[in-house]
Structures are given as C-alpha cells and as structure tokens.
Design a protein around this ligand. Sequence first.
Ligand code: UDP
Length: 269
Amino acid sequence: MRVDDVTFPEALALLRQFVASRAPHYVVTPNPEFVMLAQRDAAFRAALNGATLAIPDGGGLLLAARLWGRPFREQVRGTDLVYRLARVGAAEGQRWFLLGAAPGVAEAAGRRLMARYPGLQVVGTFGGSPHPADDDAAHAAIQAAAPVDVLLVAYGAPGQELWMARNVPTLGVPVVMGIGGVLDFISGRVRRAPRWVRDLGLEWLFRLLVQPRRWRRQLALPRFALQALLATPRERARLRATRGDIRRSPAAPRESPDRAGWGVAGENR
Ligand code: UDP
C-alpha cells in the first residue's frame, strides 16, 4: 500500500484544488491497524490504493518509516486535518455532508463545526451503514443536499474505505474522506487524547483506556511493530534502491506534488 509524504499545508492545498476541480477524489488515513488488515484483505488494500491521497496519520507508520531511512516530513492526523479543512472551508463557504456515526452524533458534530467555524455550511447528515444494500439511500440523501464540496464518511475501517471505493466515482462530490471516529470527537461524545498525550505518541493508549472494546483491534499495534522491525534490513535496501523513482510512480496522481511510496510486507507501491 501507499502512504503519501504530504505536510498539512500541502494536504490542504491539494484538497482545495480537488474541490475546485469538481472531479471525484477520496482520502484515506492509514495507520498500523490499516496496514495489518490490508495484508490479509485484498479488497481493503485495493480501496486504500485507489485513494487520491493517503495521509501519514498513524504515529506507528512514521516510526517505521524513520527506522527504514525514509522518514515522513510531518504527521498529518485525520482528526487535525478535518479541523484545519473546516477553517479553510469556512473562509470559502464550503458545503459539507456528514455520513455515518451513531444516531444524533453527526447532527451534533455538524452544529459544533458550524458554531466554531462560521461560514462553513453543514448541509446534511445521514446515518446509513457501510453495507452495499444501503448505498442507494446514502446517495439519495447526498443528492438531496447537492452541491456538496466535502463528504466525511464515518463508518470506521474497512467499511468506510470500501464504501468510498464503490461510491465516490458516481457521487458528484469532489472531496470524500474516511474519518473513522472523528465525529465522535467533534460532537464531544468521546474524549480525544490531550495534546501532550498525542505528542508522546500515546494516543492509542488513551483510546484503549477510553474505549476498552478496542483492545482486540489494537493487537495489530504490537504485531505491526514486530513486523516493521524484522523488515528493516529489507525495507532499507529496497527504499535505497528505489530512491527517486517512487515520486515518478505511475500510480501517483498528477495533482500530488510530493509523494513517496511506502512499501509494506513485500508490496512495492
Ligand atoms: N459506525 C457507523 N456505522 C457502522 C459502523 C461504525 O456509523 O456500521 C461509526 C461509529 O459510530 C463511529 C465510527 O463509525 O463513529 C467508527 O469509529 P471507530 O472509533 O471504530 O473508528 P476508527 O478506529 O476506524 O477511526
């Protein structure tokens, strides 16, 4: 799978460019859980690689990349990107639609966003589900609010990525982003780790304490760490051999100014 070496200003510039283009784009937020799942789930892997932009979200990915001698320049967390995009969106009067999350959560998140970022228009919300049988209902709800500039999809991984891969081409929305539990944070329903905890790289521990049901999926973290360590000699050699090439990779969309590939477990994309 591929993770793009973008900074916040670059990611925001790309998103503005995507909105202006009106062509469909979707954004994914890889972390170690995504990587481990993508190794055994080909459809999820394809959905991730089909994204126009894959931001370096998970801290574990940044650690591994540093270990492998190809560090990312900045950690771009999905939650922070949503807040920063909201500021840009407010200045531009963007129209946002919020999809997914538990009943009432998207509405509460929408109200909070509009209060905090005057000028931003949250033009609709819809619960639905990531199940393909519910795609038509979600399409209808989004069409009813058209035009939509930014659609946030909060179904959690891998459902939201599969949803985007299936639906984005025909939605008529230029920026669609899979955001997992971000609406839970924005609505205030789930507390986000304080900044100092995030800066220590311990957001995963905080989330585990706040939402203990996540323990099973977080088993991916030690497995990812071990795999990244074991893969270090191979990845260092591979990344050295491909230095310079990756930026010209045909998989890279033309809009992205500065991207680096990041191979995982033998995949070279
Ligand atoms: N969710 C949903 N429908 C589903 C499954 C999940 O709306 O069928 C929502 C859930 O309410 C939550 C988000 O998807 O707001 C996923 O949250 P989680 O913390 O699991 O996300 P991640 O860890 O993937 O960021």
